[in-house]
Write a protein that binds this ligand. Structure first.
Ligand code: 13P
Length: 249
């Protein structure tokens, strides 16, 4: 049985001082539970404060929202997987739709980033998802499978077993328009099938999260949907009370 994974992606919100105040409220409202995993992706410069805030709470894992694929060198402004790990990250979000569609990240770059994360001992959380026009054109399966295959192309089965996948339909991100639980289930089942081919008996270890306008009102129904192993939450994770409610879903 896979434990549910509840993940918060703060995107470009909550610097160190906000994060310290947030964590005081959140930790008071979310007590340690062994039946789920909680992962939080703050901005990279907020990581040290999050490490300090979670010192007594090893049940909360920290992640980085993006990494560069080279291990070190003259790449001004970038963060390598090993630097992120040194700063306290254990998971790396890779290929988030904003990376793909705002910053032009390609499938090939997600492949290199997943491999870099695995080399440095970070668990990649590979994000996949179709745009509205692709959904309307009946291309959801094609797009999701292409992004999935590209992202994992350089991972061996042992590293694949460590990864997580997040299905985030682009049309549902930040729009208030959530996928129906049955629509999410259909795509999650497709991803699960592809993972079985790629990682054989290790595939069942890989959690598949849903993301896109998750909130306190819909989190439980989405989490209960077939093949949905967790949630990746953007906007609704910015409020400590709301995030605590979702983390307890
Ligand atoms: P929202 O929950 O704000 O729609 O964002 C989803 C997301 O992109 C999480 O990574």
């Amino acid at each position: 049985m896979r434990k549910p994974v509840l993940a918060a992606n703060w995107k470009m919100n909550h610097g160190p001082s906000d994060a310290r105040a947030f964590m005081r409220t959140f930790l008071a409202r979310y007590s340690r539970r062994s039946d789920r995993s909680v992962i939080m992706f703050p901005p990279a410069v907020t990581l040290p404060d999050m490490v300090a805030a979670t010192k007594e709470r090893p049940d909360i894992l920290l992640g980085i929202q993006n990494i560069y694929w080279e291990d070190k060198g003259a790449f001004t402004g970038e963060t390598s997987a090993s630097i992120a790990r040194d700063a306290g990250a254990r998971v790396a979000l890779i290929g988030h739709s904003e990376r793909r569609h705002v910053f032009g990240e390609t499938d090939d770059q997600t492949r290199r980033k997943c491999a870099a994360a695995a080399r440095a001992g970070l668990r990649p959380m590979l994000c996949v998802g179709e745009r509205l026009e692709e959904r309307r054109a009946g291309e959801t399966e094609k797009v999701v499978l292409r992004q999935l295959h590209a992202g994992v192309a350089d991972l061996d089965p042992a590293h694949m077993a460590q990864m997580l996948v997040a299905y985030e339909p682009v049309w549902a991100i930040g729009t208030g328009q959530t996928a129906e639980p049955r629509d999410a289930s259909a795509v999650h089942a497709l991803i699960r099938g592809a993972l079985k081919q790629l990682a054989a008996d290790r595939a069942s270890e890989i959690p598949i999260l849903y993301g896109g306008s998750v909130n306190t009102g819909n989190a439980q129904a989405l989490l209960a949907a077939q093949d949905v192993d967790g949630l990746l939450v953007g906007g609704a994770s910015l409020d400590p009370e709301g995030w605590a409610t979702i983390a307890r879903s």
